[in-house]
Write a protein of this length. Structure first.
Length: 169
């Protein structure tokens, strides 16, 4: 798992964790109908796929933390991580239920029905298929842009410091 993937997983964990608090003004206990519609919507959208690496990511992250402190325990920690991965995989359902609750808290039953109807259309399905590619391309583009921007900023900072008679290394 790359650093970017770990960061994404941890960000997703924060979103799911925040779901237990709920947004201001949201109903803390959505109706069973809203929950069912929300679950169907996230299934149709494939939204759960973004959260599927979360369990493995959390286990991997913490395994690495322990390995940094105890490099000699690498093999044992690998074994424990594999065991936990199998043991904790059923918790994915809990994660999906939390996601459904978040949707149900943010959207009315009618809005969920309307969104579901949209995502079942050809355009909605294309959006489901293409959006991960678009987001990946957008991240690559943003990474490239930020690297160029950072180089520009470093050059400008050095120039401004040089005007003050100070040289940065």
């Amino acid at each position: 798992m790359t650093v970017r993937q770990i960061v994404r997983v941890l960000c997703l964990a924060a979103v799911v964790g925040a779901a237990s608090v709920g947004p201001l003004g949201a109903q803390p206990n959505p109706s069973p109908t809203a929950l069912l519609l929300a679950k169907e919507l996230i299934d149709v959208k494939g939204a759960t796929k973004a959260f599927d690496p979360l369990i493995a990511g959390v286990i991997e992250y913490h395994k690495r933390v322990f390995i940094q402190g105890n490099p000699n325990l690498s093999r044992a920690l690998d074994e424990v991580a594999q065991k936990l991965l199998v043991e904790m995989q059923p918790r994915t359902a809990e994660l999906h239920q939390n996601l459904a609750r978040v949707y149900a808290q943010h959207f009315t039953v009618q809005e969920l029905k309307d969104a579901l109807a949209f995502y079942k259309t050809p355009l909605g399905q294309k959006l489901v298929t293409e959006e991960p590619k678009v987001l990946d391309d957008a991240m690559k583009s943003a990474d490239s842009w930020s690297s160029k921007f950072a180089a520009e900023i470093v050059t400008k900072i050095r120039a401004e410091m040089k005007k003050k008679g100070l040289n940065l290394i």
